[in-house]
Ligand binder design. Structure first.
Ligand SMILES: Cc1cc2nc3c(=O)[nH]c(=O)nc-3n(C[C@H](O)[C@H](O)[C@H](O)COP(=O)(O)OP(=O)(O)OC[C@H]3O[C@@H](n4cnc5c(N)ncnc54)[C@H](O)[C@@H]3O)c2cc1C
Length: 485
């Protein structure tokens, strides 16, 4: 990534060193060019060297030859996607496949992580899930059957049939995590998305007919411009309960599982009653730790975290003839406050599928046999206690553990809060009373597109899931095709 900076600095420096060496015959200058006998060069040789340096610098400056991330932009790019998670990658893939003229030369994905999908891969690995919660039709390629085809090609047809060897769970054909991730890598590779990845954090956006973005990178600031920008920023900041004290977090005694590694100790308290908390509890109890789970309700079973109706793309609806009534009714609601209420009602937080709760390997059994202790309570307060943490619960119980792991999901605030707020302040964009954007049906919010949580008020309660990425891509592609006409 540093290559063009290096080239741009190295050649002129060498040229200056040559001139200095020739003019002054200083030994220090000769050292700079590593033993080159510049002082003895003829004027013709010096002119030739100067010409070579100038040519090399011109080549380095040309946008094609320089490395992509920091190449100076002659023309604005066609698309910039901010966020290289499942949403950003799927939307990029859909644009490349479905919108004429979009190529890896004119599309970039900006994300500070070392690789695309880094946050997804880290979090799913850390909670210890073996299969996805969503079905085989939710993946990052465009064709609905792409993951099943990939599985048949790479693992053989037998592995796609129900049975012990299957790479899909029997219920809803949920893919195994390693298969899903291999397929993600295949999508990234086939579309050469790694070459489009710019490492950096977008700190400012000025929307317009050509939108400007400021990217903060380890080697400085880079300004980019694009005709179209998509904000695919993820779920936002992890939610920390009020009782958590900062000292415990900085000492690693309390960890949010979406933020840092979820390594425990001999005893752990897991806060939360959803699928991530359940996976974590099972993982730590299998590793021999004493596990407490703290959540205020009974275990709640749901296959998905919203009704399947919310996940149906228009493409699937047209193909199957199934009408997603909930989506249609939602689209007919004008008030965004009312839409927010529907999302709250329909999003089934704090639930887990039967595959995690039932059976010999399930959480219910682990609780029954005492491997996991469920406290139906909230935490009232915490105190640091030697090398661990003591929690006082609303039931009056007190537990002492080595580590507290928070599986409390994401904050209710919209993702990219600082970035989005700055955009609103500097332009005529508006936010709804819940703090989220209200994009149009093509997910355009002023001059930018939004996806994931930021598109929730248009897409409904599945917006944050992989199904939501597919719904978003469908709308954005439709909007982009219309604008070309
Ligand atoms: C443990 C776990 C399991 C899940 N399992 C499923 C499942 O089985 N099925 C399902 O449908 N959903 C599942 N989800 C929900 C959802 O699909 C994932 O959270 C998914 O990662 C969301 O993708 P995303 O692209 O929106 O966000 P992320 O994966 O969080 O990616 C967003 C990216 O944007 C980057 N970013 C943010 N701001 C900026 C900025 N200003 N500049 C540059 N980059 C920025 C972030 O660094 C990040 O890399 C799961 C979630 C979790 C946490």
């Amino acid at each position: 990534e540093r290559c063009c900076n290096t080239t741009l600095v190295a050649y002129p420096t060498a040229l200056v060193a040559l001139v200095v060496a020739r003019a002054t015959r200083q030994s220090a200058a000769r050292c700079v060019i590593a033993g080159w006998t510049a002082g003895n060069m003829t004027a013709a040789a010096l002119r030739a060297a100067a010409l070579v340096c100038t040519l090399q610098t011109c080549v380095a400056l040309s946008a094609r030859a320089a490395c992509r991330p920091c190449a100076p932009q002659a023309e604005p790019l066609k698309w910039i996607i901010v966020g290289g998670g499942p949403h950003g990658v799927h939307i990029a893939t859909a644009l490349l496949q479905q919108v004429p003229g979009v190529t890896t030369d004119n599309l970039r994905i900006v994300d500070d992580n070392p690789e695309l999908l880094h946050a997804w891969k880290t979090r799913t690995r850390d909670v210890g899930m073996s299969h996805l919660r969503s079905s085989a039709s939710n993946h990052l390629d465009v064709r609905e059957d792409a993951l099943k085809k990939y599985a048949a090609e790479t693992c053989g047809k037998d592995c796609c049939r129900p049975g012990k060897k299957s790479v899909f769970a029997a219920d809803y054909m949920r893919p195994r995590l390693d298969l899903f991730n291999d397929h993600c890598d295949d999508v990234v590779k086939r579309h050469k998305l790694r070459e489009s990845h710019i490492r950096g954090m977008v700190s400012d956006i000025v929307p317009g007919a050509i939108t400007s973005l400021r990217v903060r990178r380890t080697d400085g600031l880079v300004d980019l411009r694009a005709e179209n920008v998509v904000l695919a920023l993820g779920g936002g900041a992890p939610a920390y309960p009020e009782w958590v004290c900062q000292t415990a977090v900085s000492r690693g005694l309390i960890r949010h599982v979406f933020e840092t590694s979820s390594e425990g100790g001999d005893s752990v308290a897991i806060i939360g009653g959803g699928i991530s908390a359940a996976h974590l509890a099972l993982r730590h109890s299998r590793a021999g730790a004493k596990v407490h789970m703290v959540f205020r309700h009974d275990m709640r079973e749901q296959s998905f975290d919203c009704h399947q109706d919310w996940m149906m793309t228009r493409d699937a609806s047209a193909r199957t003839g199934f009408i997603p009534e909930r989506q249609l009714a939602f689209a007919g609601v004008e008030s965004f406050d009312e839409r927010r209420d529907i999302i709250r009602r329909e999003r089934l937080a704090g639930t887990m599928p039967a595959s995690v709760s039932r059976g010999r390997n399930g959480l219910r059994y682990a609780i029954e046999k005492g491997a996991v202790r469920h406290h139906k309570a909230d935490v009232e307060q915490m105190v640091l206690d030697g090398d661990g943490v003591s929690l006082t619960l609303t039931t009056g119980a007190e537990i002492h553990v080595d580590r507290v792991l928070l599986a409390t999901g994401f904050s209710k605030k919209p993702p990219g809060a600082g970035l989005v707020e700055r955009m609103v302040r500097k332009s005529d964009l508006e936010l709804c009373s819940c703090g989220y954007p209200a994009p149009d049906k093509y997910l355009r919010w002023g001059d930018v597109y939004v996806a994931g949580a930021l598109a929730e008020l248009e897409l409904g309660p599945s917006a944050r899931n992989i199904a939501g990425a597919r719904l978003a891509a469908e709308r954005i592609v439709e909007g982009a095709l219309l604008r070309r006409v």
